[in-house]
Design a protein around this ligand. Structure first.
Ligand code: FES
Length: 118
């Protein structure tokens, strides 16, 4: 059974889950990683459950279209949507805020807000 290590707010939590168990579903029924894992939709639509994978990423499937849509470049930084994962191997996760988008991506060409006149 997969061992899950979960980091949040400077604390570390450990739990063992059934192979293929979804951590958001478990939290929803008040099992580990409840009450530590933040989540909302459980359907890959909000990114609230985003976590950085610290170990075990090599055992996870490639991100699905929901993760690609919600996380974009954050996938390359190691983030995944926990509600879209069904771990079958040990996994170490940290729930940290998604880094801000680079300034160059904040306003695509031609969409920058107008600067007020001085
Ligand atoms: S809980 Fe909303 S995307 Fe995972």
């Amino acid at each position: 059974m997969p061992q899950i290590t979960f980091h949040k707010n400077g604390q570390t939590f450990h739990g063992e889950v059934k192979s293929g168990a979804n951590l958001v579903v478990r939290a929803g029924i008040k099992q580990f990683p409840f009450p530590h894992l933040a989540y909302q939709c459980g359907m890959g639509k909000c990114a609230t459950c985003a976590c950085k994978v610290l170990a075990g990423a090599e055992h996870l499937p490639a991100p699905n279209w929901k993760e690609k849509k919600q996380l974009g470049a954050h996938l390359d930084e190691g983030f995944r949507l926990v509600c879209q994962l069904w771990p079958e191997h040990d996994l170490e996760l940290a729930q940290v805020p998604l880094p801000a988008a680079p300034a160059s991506n904040t306003h695509p060409a031609g969409t920058a807000p107008a600067t007020p006149a001085a």
